[in-house]
Design a protein around this ligand. Structure first.
Ligand SMILES: [Ca+2]
Length: 352
């Protein structure tokens, strides 16, 4: 009984301290790098970021995932071009996951990764630098200012922090779309971004960032775009809003086919949390990435109470002698104000 009361008290302290930290108003736009595998929901997330005055998007770095590295680079360039934002650096990165074959998701995202919508050729050119090197350079150029928003597999971020571990303490924060604490969207356990490169994810979760927020698939699946938002998006006309409305229609038709109640806004809600942390309730947890499990490779294993029992060998058996604390390494989103996010998303996209 004492243990469970202690757990409840700890929970409230952790949750309330997160609110205290995240509600501090920011006076100027935060510089962000979005690492992305575009991707339908990536496209919506990038356009949300480009239309959010709270963020200054310095660069997109492209990682293979939903589509190949080459297709992802083409898509990223077309997206920034559509938004008239050739000032945003776009760099290619890794060509494949660290330790396994690439798994692409045209099944969900369309043949070109962008719902089979043919955007105009990009007027923007790719930066020549390797994505992970660009991340390292930018973090040193703007120490303690850069927020990394990885919305694809964590390959590029793992390569960057492995090559230069000093960046871990020099970024402002990391907001990840990935993982889940209540079952996966690939299989019973794993979320796609983590599943597509579990070794990279393990490196990133253990890198020692000042702050790492995990926006899991379970949060995206509680943030459902529906035909109501589609109709709102269709009221406005402009290159960006027309494109997002077409993506939304594609995703909703897909959702209908599979009997989903709406389109999960996986990547956009992670950008939403970077824009306005108060839409998320977070809890500090120790998160480890399963890289070996028979059924659980790619699972984010979260310790909700941040303790493990201490078992001590006495003769032929172990005896539990107490609890050892483990250090949390992530602010895990446990709840989201989905309606507030969807309103923000639609209004900002409709403005374009
Ligand atoms: Ca993505």
């Amino acid at each position: 009984m004492r243990r469970s009361l202690g757990f409840v008290a700890t929970f409230f302290v952790l949750v309330s301290s997160c609110f205290a930290q995240t509600n501090v108003p920011s006076t100027r736009a935060r510089q962000v790098i979005i690492d992305t595998d575009p991707g339908t929901d990536d496209a919506m997330a990038i356009l949300l970021a480009l239309n959010s005055p709270e963020l200054k998007v310095e660069a997109l770095t492209v990682v293979p995932g939903n589509v190949t590295a080459a297709q992802g680079l083409e898509n990223a360039l077309k997206i920034v071009s559509l938004a008239g934002r050739c000032d945003v650096l776009v760099a290619a990165g890794a060509q494949h996951p660290l330790n396994q074959k690439l798994i692409t998701a045209e099944f969900w995202h369309g043949k070109n990764g962008l719902a089979n919508i043919e955007l105009p050729a990009s007027k923007c050119k790719a930066d020549a630098r390797f994505g992970p090197d660009l991340i390292i350079e930018m973090v040193h150029k703007y120490p303690h200012e850069i927020t990394l928003i990885p919305i694809g597999p964590l390959t590029n971020i793992a390569l960057a922090v492995s090559k230069d571990p000093s960046i871990a303490s020099l970024v402002r924060e990391v907001v990840i779309m990935g993982g889940s604490i209540s079952g996966g969207n690939v299989d019973a356990a794993a979320e796609a971004n983590i599943y597509n490169d579990p070794e990279a994810a393990s490196i990133v979760f253990n890198a020692g960032w000042p702050s790492l927020t995990m926006v899991g698939s379970d949060i995206g699946e509680r943030t459902l775009l529906t035909r109501r938002q589609l109709e709102q998006l269709q009221e406005a006309h402009g290159p960006q809003s027309d494109f997002v409305a077409l993506i939304a229609k594609y995703l909703l038709d897909l959702s209908d086919r599979f009997g989903f109640p709406g389109a999960a806004m996986y990547d956009p809600v992670a950008v939403g949390v970077a824009v306005d942390p108060s839409i998320a309730t977070t809890q500090n947890m120790r998160v480890d990435v399963e890289t070996r499990g028979e059924f659980t490779r790619g699972e984010t294993v979260a310790n909700r109470h941040n303790t493990v029992e201490r078992n001590v060998l006495h003769g032929d058996r172990y005896i539990i002698e107490g609890l050892d604390r483990v250090q949390p390494n992530a602010k895990v989103c446990v709840d989201v104000k989905a309606d507030r996010f969807l309103e923000m998303f639609v209004s900002r996209i409709k403005g374009k």
